[in-house]
Design a protein around this ligand. Structure first.
Ligand SMILES: Cc1cc2nc3c(=O)[nH]c(=O)nc-3n(C[C@H](O)[C@H](O)[C@H](O)COP(=O)(O)O)c2cc1C
Ligand code: SF4
Length: 267
């Protein structure tokens, strides 16, 4: 069988989950491929259609943002539905969500997003890893390693189920109530996120890593104007966590990376 996964990963957790799933599939002598939906990847509609048509099963993988899926993934799903509509392709879909504290986005919400697309939700799993938003403590590596081991077990189960044609739908539970409440506020907060970002020009080296690696291409730099953060920002935290000098500010506050650790991904 061939599995092709479209994924978004702000800081590496979701990429790790997809890489792990793909390694499991390859060990079982099946094929697995992964495609980042980042702005810089320039996936064309034709390419996306070819990927879907050549696969037996399509994966969608992303982190959870405030009990919801990030705008960049929602936009991708809308686009996928538009691409698939004229060809009326029916495909099995599996979903991998990563999260830090509580995943309040469930399979029913995902089914609603996929309604009418020909994409049939066959499996849905949640992998708890760690939080990637601003925190004063460095990530607890011991705990993260334990969660990665648990995640690998879940991804192995997912692979086994998909290969034997059985469903694996996880993620129903009381936590979904929280999602129903916070989902009303999250889109607004994410839409405003770009307004909170800035750059500490005293420590910035103009390396342009933030500009070049922003998943939505929402950071511009101009010698005269300086940095501009655009509304397309999906709040991935990539610029904040991966600036080599920790120069991205939030709400005008510069956090010295020696005192406020950044998250550089699970591996
Ligand atoms: C804007 C934002 C909102 C988040 N909201 C949640 C949340 O509601 N629940 C949760 O458990 N984790 C939340 N997280 C943490 C991420 O889901 C988690 O760290 C995820 O594994 C990151 O994946 P990535 O490294 O692939 O981007 C949030 C992270 C961000 C950046
Ligand atoms: S990544 Fe950091 S140091 Fe490099 S240009 Fe952006 S803010 Fe400046």
């Amino acid at each position: 069988m061939k599995f092709s996964t479209f994924y978004f990963s702000g800081t590496g957790n979701t990429r790790w989950a997809v890489e792990t799933f793909n390694a499991i599939i390859s060990e079982k002598d099946h094929q697995a491929a992964m495609f980042s939906i980042d702005f810089g990847e320039n996936l064309t509609d034709e390419h996306i259609l070819k990927i879907v048509q050549a696969a037996d099963c399509i994966g969608l993988a992303n982190p959870i943002y405030g009990g919801d899926i990030p705008p960049i993934m929602k936009e991708f799903i809308d686009r996928l539905i538009k691409i698939l509509k004229p060809v009326q392709t029916e495909k099995k879909v599996f979903v991998i969500n990563t999260f830090g504290y509580v995943n309040a986005f469930g399979p029913n919400e995902m089914k609603k997003l996929l309604a009418g697309s020909g994409l049939v939700l066959t499996a849905y799993v949640n992998i708890q890893l760690c939080n990637n938003v601003v925190t004063t403590k460095p990530v607890d590596r011991e705990l993260l390693n334990k969660r990665m081991a648990r995640g690998k077990t879940e991804l192995t189960r997912l692979a086994d189920r998909l290969l034997s044609g059985r469903k694996r739908i996880k993620g129903h539970g009381p936590q979904l109530m929280i999602g129903a409440m916070i989902r009303k506020k999250v889109p607004e907060a994410i839409a405003r996120h770009h307004q909170t970002l800035g750059v500490n020009m005293e420590t910035c080296t103009r390396c342009m890593a933030c500009v070049n690696n922003c998943p939505t291409g929402s950071i511009l730099f101009d010698e005269g104007e300086g940095f501009t953060f655009l509304p397309g920002c999906t709040a991935s935290m990539r610029c904040y966590n991966f600036c080599p000098t920790g120069s991205i500010t939030m709400n005008g506050i510069y956090a010295d990376p020696n005192q406020v650790p950044r998250y550089h991904g699970p591996v």
